[in-house]
Write a protein that binds this ligand. Structure first.
Ligand code: A2P
Length: 326
């Protein structure tokens, strides 16, 4: 695959295409100042990024929309040059909630459509306005999902022109098969967004997805911001890895750039989050070098099955995806 800064889209099975690198926009709310998401999206677009990954529950989708619209009105890009991925949160999985939820996102973004809309995770939570529903004792309030019915409601949104491509996130093989084998399936999921990086290379899920023309997007491709509230910080920090750093020396790159290049080179989309202008630019400088076949194998061999984002607070949910091997 010959990607360049100007041309780095890969085909999706529905005929659309996705830029292989995007800007992640989840910032820890306590550590993020208002406006920094919008500024980062603008820096990213100026740098050459054409793919922005967001979600309603990041609570900054209005900033993403504002930045995209500003760059369009400046004439820097056209709407069709930009790929925005949004996500349907777990409290909105009931079929009748799907379209109003997507319409709310479009209203927040002030855009006519999103390019990709994902079921953010297979575990349904109690429907309602509360995005983190818990009872008075702090216990999470679960909900019974019917992922196939949710999917049919998403298919109707695509038919209505509100979204170009449909996908899922945090789905394991069984949950993907549930959708793929749904009687009367109209649109296959084109994307599964999951954690993926050199310490968690996802060989089995990647192979399964490739066999079904499902592109994998790697979230936390740099190993997360290591927030102990939701990240398994007993695992070693990815960017301190000796091999990633020594390859970085060889190519005059950073460990982060090596980690991103590894996934890009094997056809995995990466969405590194950064709200720092220097690092936003650094993460995009991954098209001017190439790892050798042997180096790709060496990085693959770093796999330690380290899942930083294990969502353990929901591990007793009937649809918890990570009990299965993959
Ligand atoms: P910041 O926003 O200050 O740049 P991931 O995408 O794996 O979740 O990683 C995101 C975390 O990695 C954020 O804390 C982000 O911080 C940091 N980060 C992003 N790019 C780089 C980089 N090139 N080098 C080191 N840290 C980075």
């Amino acid at each position: 695959m010959n990607f360049s800064a100007a041309n780095h889209r890969i085909l999706l099975s529905d005929g659309n295409s996705i830029p292989i690198i995007g800007l992640g926009t989840f910032g820890e709310p306590k550590l993020t100042t208002a406006g920094s998401c919008a500024a980062s999206v603008k820096t990213a677009i100026d740098t050459g990024y054409r793919h922005i990954d967001g979600a309603y529950i990041y609570l900054n989708e209005h900033e993403v929309g504002e930045a995209i619209r500003e760059k369009i009105s400046e004439g820097k890009v056209r709407r069709e040059d930009i790929f925005y991925c949004g996500k349907l949160w777990a409290t909105n999985l009931d079929p009748e909630m799907v379209r109003p939820t997507l319409e709310r996102t479009l209203k927040i973004l002030q855009l006519d459509y999103v390019d990709l809309y994902l079921i953010e995770m297979p575990m349904a939570l109690k429907p309602g306005e509360e995005i983190h529903p818990r009872d008075e004792n702090g216990k999470w309030l679960y909900h019974k999902s019917n992922l196939c019915a949710t999917w049919e409601a998403l298919e109707a949104c695509k038919d209505a022109g509100l979204v170009k491509s449909l996908g899922v996130s945090n789905f394991n093989r069984r949950q993907l098969e549930l959708i793929l084998n749904k009687p009367g399936l109209k649109y296959k999921p084109v994307n599964n967004q999951v954690e993926c990086h050199p310490y968690f290379t996802q060989p089995k899920l990647l192979k399964f997805c490739q066999q079904h023309d499902i592109v994998i997007t790697a979230y936390s491709p740099l190993g997360t911001a290591r927030n102990p509230e939701w990240v398994n910080v007993s695992s070693p920090p990815l960017l301190e890895d000796a091999l990633l750093n020594s390859l970085g020396k060889k190519y005059n790159k950073t460990a982060a750039q090596i980690a991103l290049r590894f996934n890009i080179q094997r056809g995995v989309v990466v969405i590194p989050k950064s709200f720092n202008p220097g690092r936003i630019k650094e993460n995009f400088q991954v098209f001017d070098f190439c790892l050798t076949e042997e180096e790709m194998k060496d990085v693959e061999a770093l796999n330690k099955n380290v899942r930083y984002v294990n969502l353990l607070m929901w591990s007793d949910h009937p649809e918890y995806p990570f009990h299965d091997e993959y």
